[in-house]
Design a protein around this ligand. Structure first.
Ligand code: OAD
Length: 255
């Protein structure tokens, strides 16, 4: 099928879906200027090693280094703005009220674009938490001591994100798994699908009979199969185009 025919078929499925689930990865925030993880040369993991920065052991070994790396990423996130891909998914949530949005991203851009309910599987870099008691801290004073300390117990604060080897938030993961099992269309947007358990969500949906639409700038390395459809391109372009094709009579501004 030509690209236009695949797009039209995906649009028809999306419009007719009773339940929609979406999983996003770093690729949807790339057009907002936030580095992805595995893109060669520009990705974070091309320049740093995850085990040196995104593990409990790394934080125990050098809390200042880990805190400062996340502070650098947080500053990028705070400067960033949601792009057309984020806004398209916020609109999808209004056009398809049963839509469940699951993200691996920690940048909060879906919420800033207006998505009402976002399941954050890997936490949120704009929050921190007490490294001893787990209490979430939304505001903290940056001062000479790095990392800053929990006001309640004095333990160092840490980013409220999931590190390698740590469990995902149980409720968010359960809701994401349920959404993947129930949906009849699953959108996988801007993810290399390499990190479990998020990586299994699209294939759980396909096994349960859903049509899976993969939106990615790359096809290499992405799974193919009878109910898996690839729309190759930037999320900020493909998502608005897909929604316009699915709901041609719903002007963007009004919905
Ligand atoms: P990756 O960096 O692994 O993958 C980003 C994906 O987005 C790649 O497949 C790119 O081809 C694609 N991409 C890049 N720009 C895009 C664009 N403009 N539009 C569409 N696609 C684009 O990031 P994730 O898959 O999100 O976990 O990584 C998953 C997890 O691995 C992250 O949540 C993080 C990381 O380690 C933890 O830190 C626990």
């Amino acid at each position: 099928m030509t690209g236009d025919a695949v797009l039209a078929a995906c649009a028809d499925r999306l419009r007719g879906a009773r339940h929609v689930a979406v999983l996003t990865g770093a690729g949807i925030s790339a057009e907002s200027g936030i580095p992805t993880f595995r893109d060669a040369l520009t990705g974070l993991w091309a320049r740093y090693r995850p085990e040196d920065l995104a593990t409990p052991e790394a934080f125990a070994r050098d809390p200042r280094l880990v805190w400062e790396w996340y502070a650098w990423r947080r500053a990028i996130v705070q400067q960033a703005k949601p792009n057309a891909g984020h806004h398209a998914l916020a609109r999808l949530g209004r056009l398809a009220p049963t839509c469940v949005l699951v993200t691996q991203n920690v940048d909060g851009l879906h919420q800033r674009a207006g998505s009402a309910r976002v399941l954050e599987l890997h936490g949120n870099i704009l929050r921190t938490r007490c490294s001893r008691e787990g209490r979430v801290v939304e505001r903290w004073a940056d001062g000479p001591e790095v990392p800053p300390r929990c006001a309640a117990c004095g333990a160092p604060l840490r980013p409220d994100v999931v590190w390698f080897g740590e469990p995902l938030p149980v409720e968010a993961l359960r809701a994401a798994w349920d959404a993947a099992s129930l949906c009849d269309v699953f959108l996988s947007v801007g993810t290399s699908n390499l990190v479990e358990p998020a990586a299994s969500l699209p294939w759980r949906a396909a096994a349960a009979g859903a049509e899976v639409i993969v939106i990615n700038t790359a096809v290499a390395g992405q799974r193919t199969g009878p109910r898996i459809h690839h729309l190759v391109g930037c999320a900020g372009e493909v998502l608005p185009t897909l929604l316009a094709a699915a709901w041609p009579n719903r002007p963007t501004a009004a919905s």
